[in-house]
Design a protein. Structure first.
Length: 114
């Protein structure tokens, strides 16, 4: 949290929003760790974000880019399926495991045909 607060966020809210969405999609644990944050956020503000600079090489980020919406949708589906499996198919328990409302769970389940 301290690292995120100390970063200058030259892209303002959009940069923060994109960083958080990416971190949530990539994180496998219960808390966001430094390893899923872009280098510039981990080290504090050090000029332009390397993810926003054309031609820069960020570890694990393909040169040709990514289909962001597809990646997020796949992550959502994986989390929903895993939560359903762990909850034995009980949707209310799955929503609790994901720490979202049952209504949100139903929305995502319908979106992903689960």
């Amino acid at each position: 949290m301290t690292r995120l607060e100390s970063y200058d966020w030259p892209g303002n809210v959009r940069e923060l929003e994109n960083t958080m969405e990416r971190a949530v999609a990539l994180e496998t644990g219960r808390e966001i760790s430094l390893r899923v944050l872009p280098e510039s956020d981990r080290a504090g503000y050090s000029g332009a974000s390397s993810m926003g600079v054309p031609g820069s090489q960020t570890a694990g980020f393909p040169v040709e880019g990514v289909d962001f919406e597809k990646e997020i949708a796949e992550a959502e589906r994986r989390y929903l399926q895993t939560a359903l499996e762990k909850a034995g198919g009980v949707r209310t328990r799955a929503s609790e495991l994901l720490k979202i409302s049952y209504r949100s769970f139903r929305h995502y389940a319908k979106k992903h045909n689960l």
